[in-house]
Ligand binder design. Sequence first.
Ligand code: ADP
Ligand code: MG
Length: 742
Amino acid sequence: MGMGIGAKARFDAIRDVTTRTPRKFDPPRDEHGKRMRVSDFFGMNTFDLHKMKEKLPKDVYGKLVSTIEAGKKLDKEIANSVAHAIKDWAMARGVTHFCHWFQPQTGATAEKHDAFISIDDNGRAIEKFSGAQLIQSEPDASSFPSGGMRTTFEARGYTAWDPSSPVFIVESSNGKTLCIPSVFISYHGDALDEKSGLLRSMAALSKTACELLTLLGEKDLKDVVTTLGVEQEYFLIDRAFHALRPDLVMTGRSLIGGQPPKGQQLEDHYFGSIPSRVLAFMTEVEYELYKLGVPVKTRHNEVAPGQFETAPIFEEANISTDHNQLTMEVLRKVGTRHNYVVLMHEKPFAGINGSGKHNNWSLMMVSDDPEKDGANLLDPGKTPRQNLRFLLFLMGVLKGVHRHAGLLRASIASAGNDHRLGANEAPPAIISVFLGDLLNRILDEIEKGAGVNHGAEAAVLELGVSRLPEVMRDNTDRNRTSPFAFTGNKFEFRAVGSSASTAFPTTILNAVVTDGLTQVIEALKSKGKIAKSPEDAILEVIREAIHETRAIRFEGNNYSEEWVREAERRGLPNLRKTPEALAELVKKESISLLTRTGVFTEAEVLSRFHVRTERYVKNLLIEVDTLRSIVDTLILPACFAYHGTLAGAVAAAKAAGVAAPQLDPLNALSRLIGALQTKRGLLDSLMSRVEAAGSEEEKARVLSREVAAAMEQIRAHCDELEAVVADDYWPMPKYREMLFLA
Ligand code: ADP
Ligand code: MG
């Protein structure tokens, strides 16, 4: 058979991929050429508080620390000293440029570089970096999404250093840049980015949590901080294959592709031994991250072939949000060095598990009492008192999530995540809370009235809340199907998309829990007046909260059809697609919650709604255009070529007076091609409806329903064709190649 020209590039790629060897890199060494320990070079490219302490005058350092603790902007007088110290440190490492590194509402990070170089009064070149440049810069805000909050005549916004997140150096092959983690704000003070809201939500939650703790008699309390540890899943695909897939290049996911005979059903990939080329990549990623002070801890294969995960040690949520962004950037950059493309998309391959980001979330007490400093407020304690405190915080979470389940769903909505949520493999689109067997039983007992006769402390002792940590540790068979699960001393918000910034989901979660805790406080205050003892008041508040939030708790299989029906009976929202989910963001209750807690103004909420709706529409339009071009310029031409070959063979056989066995496959192929062409035409007419739609929301609705369905049908035809067209005509790398050869 003559080789279909279209398959040549694909075969070349297969050859490249199968002959690659793991990339070696130079591990860091000391001056004697000895390999350094990670603890010796960890954070070498960050200027953190320890280094500041060494380099800054005592009083300046003191002011900097109190500014950070108060969560304020640095004032000008100390900024110059700090800037000077940072510049010296950076220049000693060969840094030539600096940038304010911020997180606009694109999900990614943005940076604009300025050189240190400046010309002095005598016309000589000098390196300069002032306090003013450290604290603030003014990128042209007009090219970042603002969701209508910023009309063009007031296009200016500014970025301001968030001193709680240390500056760091990014190395590239020919130079180094100092990055200053910043928030991005309009001149009217509106949050244009993802970080501002997160910082505000952390402050709101801290204030409310402190109030509750104070009410419980806590002394020496300084602060309560949100802690976050982010598990990051991703796929690795060889660059050579990636380059031949316009869908992966343009949209991050495959729009067509037949199922391989073996997917993940053998379950042989999860926790399997890591291939050596992948391990070489991971090792270099970790090395780069350690230099940046990102405490990556675990690495392993994930469930799907070609899928992997990395997770750090948890940190304060604003820092771990920055660090997760850095992790994604480093994964991508180092991937290129190893001839990999890192797919962070939530669902790069149909029929195979998608990727998420598990946000492990908790609350930590900061106290002047060293015994209590660092205590995890979601850790069931050893004494009955601590356990009552634990249960109260738990009720705060349950109340918040119960009341605002739709808003939480909105916080994770994106075109990519729609393919994952509710796809019978990832956490579903219905938000519920999994607590685990023991905790569940304890709550049931309390609800039934345990402890009424013996007093609250005795009840908690009897119930065995303090056994929880051990039981949870032993409990390996956790519910992996829940979108929001308690895992012994923290919650795991698993429905977050793998490509998303952790800022927004964490912001919303913080706001929601702030609301829940506020209600707990109010209930305590009113019960306190009538109860026999403070402990009895607490137990009563807990009992009522358990009763009230029953509907949000679910321990069963979240993937099952019964759960969908059960959730409906319970009145829980099931928001399958982004447009429905985003509508929750602008509901009256949501806006009221977010403004009440001081997390966003109404204008900021609306802008987030518009930005996200717009991004959804754009993502889908790009997918549609990509699919059209794949069908028109790759798939149909390949089918026509193979069709022509078969037709030629049939004609030749007939002319020779012999039987033509190609006739049946030829007819089948003709029918399939015809069906694809029909659906392809249908897509065009649907798209004119999208163009005619009056608003972005209307566009989003048509795209999420009719257009998405039409794309699925086109895909199905393409995949059928892939199964019958001769392999050496097929131009695009197949699933079995991308997932199993690299
Ligand atoms: P699991 O087995 O439950 O997944 P791990 O100990 O592996 O637990 O932790 C998973 C992630 O949760 C890690 O990133 C870890 O740092 C993070 N984590 C642990 N404790 C906390 C906490 N108190 N707050 C936030 N994240 C946490
Ligand atoms: Mg986990």
